[in-house]
Design a protein around this ligand. Sequence first.
Ligand SMILES: [Mg+2]
Length: 370
Amino acid sequence: MSRREAPIVGLRAAAYRVPTEAPEADGTLEWDATTMVTVHVEAGGATGFGYSYASRAAAVLAVELLVPVLEGQEALDTAARWRDMIDALRNQGRMGLAACAVSACDAALHDLRGKLLGAPLADLLGRRRDRAPLYASGGFTNWVDDRLRDWTDEMREAGFEAIKIKVGAEIGREAARLATARQAAGETALMADANGACDRKGALRLAECLADHGAVWFEEPVSSDDLDGLRLLRDRGPAGLEIAAGEYAYDAWGFRRLLEAGAVDVLQADATRCCGITGLMQADALAWAHGVPLSIHCAPALHLQPALCLQRLRHVEWFHDHARLEAMLLDGAPEPESGMAAPDPGRPGLGLELREADAEHFSVWQGRAA
Ligand SMILES: [Mg+2]
């Protein structure tokens, strides 16, 4: 197909609320379901698919606020479409749900571009590698003893390069959980994520406890809004413990704030939140310019193609809930092999399709442009 022949003719969005296997918790939240917001964009006889993990409100936002600036415009011009979406949200508050809506649309447009041009997204962005290293992520704070031991054991046997568990602020309880996970992880690196549960002093104490159990990564020890607190942990915490954050950076300005404050040893980024594939590539450029590695947060299926192209990639998070949900609902969802994932080379774009008949059962909202 030649250029300028693929005007966007339709966009629909939906939300699917999928119950977890059992109630789950981290250091600051509890949940029993995960909501996937999906976007389908049509142009040139093809349909692009993208998604985010967010409230159904992000799907409403996409239909009400982004369709008017996308319909009729050239689908192949993803940079122009991205900028139009960003500008359209000026008065809505671009962070949070609005950024998630842009993210799902931008991913769908990149998928559509790959389908229109007949190439996997990694071929269009330019590959740096053929497969992506994964780390296992789960170990919820309501998992103790057998449940935590069995899962950690399973992840070690599956060959992931590292295993991450959630931790809370209570040192005594966490010391016991860390000992359980450490024993089951064997030689595999152990990582921890507090989801901002600690105050600064508590985080410093927990950092020592993590180091005592051989952990190498401490994610959001304090709120990621507390840039000085993250910097304090970097400067005063154990030398072998990397400080990571970035999952709540919703655009390049958010990544820039974390990096300029010297708040992270490793930057995290999530294309389902940070304004899409476009935003993820911007995060990679910022990580490059600040000399830090970039670790991909959640949604492993959506991230696999762009991860192959990132200059600063450390690894991709194989998050328990999302890996389960993506295997349930998406054709083309990757299957890890010895802790690595590679996309199917025969699938264009992101290489993913929503199995709508399977998803229907979980539908909580569907809409399209009037
Ligand atoms: Mg996290």
